[in-house]
Design a protein around this ligand. Structure first.
Ligand SMILES: *Cc1c(COP(=O)(O)O)cnc(C)c1O
Length: 499
């Protein structure tokens, strides 16, 4: 039977890939997971000679089984084009003389890795709508910890038949991230600040998705909700591609031969990016160690070390805000696998999580979880990592990537592993110029300095030119000023849609 998508929380009938993309979340509140992970007999030499777009097609067609080849190629061509500032789309950069490689996922429109998936999601979604005879306008409802919001807005801007509403924690994103969002162009874009943190925004958005009264009300007005968050399978699948691309890039440079194992380190928040790497491993690509890097919000580190997930802890605001998350939604997909694809067991754990904020895996689940090792970095260690990599290699990484690079160092020290290691580099350092500069030049005081002045300073000391995406934000007028309390999110949606 062709690969389909089923819920992590019940054994309701599986749906097609296009339907899973349209719906975002399953009716029972679970996440869609593929009924199997495809494991073809890969021809590495062939994959190695493919362009990013060709490789994307080879991987994605395994998962998006009800899209025709033409449809899928069309989506890929529209997504991975000159919006990216390099024809490699996701180039790999080796730290000279080391076995460490940075997979740069920040060459898209908003200079962060979420562009990798959000450049293609709108096309997958409008294609999915056509395939399923959807007449309603699709309303994308998204909670963001910073980067998703802008990348989703950029992806959906003026895409016919769609509107997008983005909620962000008013005091939980960098001034630059906020400016990127509130200057967003497009007649179908809405940006709302909330007085609360990312988890508050995400919880409220999930509640709206699961609210039958709301669904009926907007349905009457000709709308239906969908999600651009990393829970959407249409985001997860495109993310698998770049791990395979990194693997064959290492082959191309001669760092590895076909079939050699590598390690992968991913700076993790909502667990989407690392789950894609896990799926790549399940597809047969030889990832030996998969390392989940956390910042001081180390709920995942504790989980992988102890088997107990416990969100009951203070929320720490760090210099890697896109990882400041206490409920990592995509972890549910791994738990489901660990539970032996047992939806009932998975549902029980997640109902416990929503009730008590905690759950513990059973012994039989621990085998699967062994595939992933947790490490974390303190703020100090993160800054130290940025500084030492800049001093030694004149290579600049952002704070999120630095958490992963620090975790990588700890892993190597602890295990003595010398395998080539790919670190997912998730944002351009220009996006977090203040923190990056503070790390590189600790004796200077940047307080009170404008973000754009710091961006220019970073450009000067690093010799890298300021990305075009930053220049656009510098001059754009503010278009979005709405701020609501965390209890006001549902009302804001009604108001925006006029229902
Ligand atoms: C979103 C984000 C992450 C975390 O990715 P997840 O898929 O949520 O785990 C890490 N770094 C940056 C820069 C991000 O924007």
């Amino acid at each position: 039977m062709a690969l389909m998508y089923k819920s992590t929380r019940s054994d309701a009938a599986p749906v097609t890939a296009s339907m899973a993309i349209l719906k975002g979340l399953a009716n029972d509140g679970g996440l869609f997971v593929p009924t199997e992970i495809p494991k073809p007999d890969w021809n590495y030499e062939e994959l190695m000679n493919m362009s990013y777009q060709e490789l994307a097609f080879a991987i994605m067609r395994e998962f998006l089984t009800d899209f025709t080849d033409e449809e899928l190629k069309d989506c890929i061509q529209k997504a991975y084009d000159a919006k990216f500032d390099t024809p490699y789309i996701a180039p790999v950069c080796q730290l000279e003389g080391t076995s460490t490689f940075f997979l740069e996922l920040y060459h898209g429109k908003t200079i962060a890795f979420k562009d990798m998936a959000l450049s293609i999601l709108p096309h997958l979604m409008t294609c999915a709508a056509k395939k399923n005879q959807v007449k309603n306008e699709i309303v994308i409802l998204t909670a963001t910890s910073g980067d998703t919001g802008k990348a989703a807005l950029a992806g959906f801007m003026d895409v016919p038949g769609t509107r997008i509403i983005v909620f962000y924690p008013k005091h939980g994103v960098s001034p630059f991230q906020e400016r990127q969002m509130i200057t967003q162009k497009g007649d179908n874009t809405y940006v709302v600040g909330i007085e609360g943190n990312f988890d508050d925004a995400q919880t409220a958005v999930k509640q709206i998705f699961n609210d039958p009264e709301m669904a009926e009300r907007i349905g009457k007005a000709g709308f239906q909700f969908s999600s651009a968050n990393s829970i959407n399978i249409g985001r997860l699948v495109p993310q698998i591609v770049y791990y395979v691309y990194a693997y064959v890039s290492l082959m191309r440079t001669g760092a590895i031969k076909a079939g050699d194992p590598i390690n992968v380190v991913v700076p993790t928040g909502n667990f989407g990016n690392i789950l894609a790497a896990y799926y790549a491993k399940e597809m047969g690509f030889p990832i030996a160690n998969l390392i989940c890097a956390s910042n001081e919000n180390k709920v995942l580190f504790d989980f992988f070390r102890t088997g107990k997930y416990d969100r009951n802890r203070p929320f720490v605001v760090t210099s890697s805000p896109s990882m400041d998350i206490l409920i990592s939604s995509n972890l549910e997909r791994l738990i489901y696998r660990a539970a032996g694809d047992d939806a009932e067991k998975c549902a029980a754990l997640f109902s416990q999580l929503s009730k008590d904020g905690t759950y513990e895996v059973t012994e039989d689940m621990e085998k699967v979880l062994k595939d992933i090792t947790g490490y974390y970095c303190t703020e100090e260690e993160t800054w130290e990592t940025i500084r030492s990599i800049f001093d030694r290699y004149h290579y600049v990484i952002d704070t999120h990537t630095a958490v992963a690079a620090g975790a990588c160092r700890k892993f190597k020290e602890e295990t003595g592993s010398t395998l080539p290691t790919v670190i997912a580099s998730t944002a351009s350092p220009f996006k977090f110029a203040r923190s990056v500069l503070a790390a590189i030049l600790p004796e200077e005081n940047f307080e009170g300095k404008d973000d754009f002045a710091l961006i220019d300073r970073l450009s000067a000391i690093s010799g890298m030119s300021v990305p075009q995406a930053v220049e656009e934000v510098r001059t754009a007028p503010v278009r979005h000023t709405r701020v609501v309390s965390r209890d006001g999110i549902k009302e804001a949606v009604s108001d925006i849609l006029g229902v």
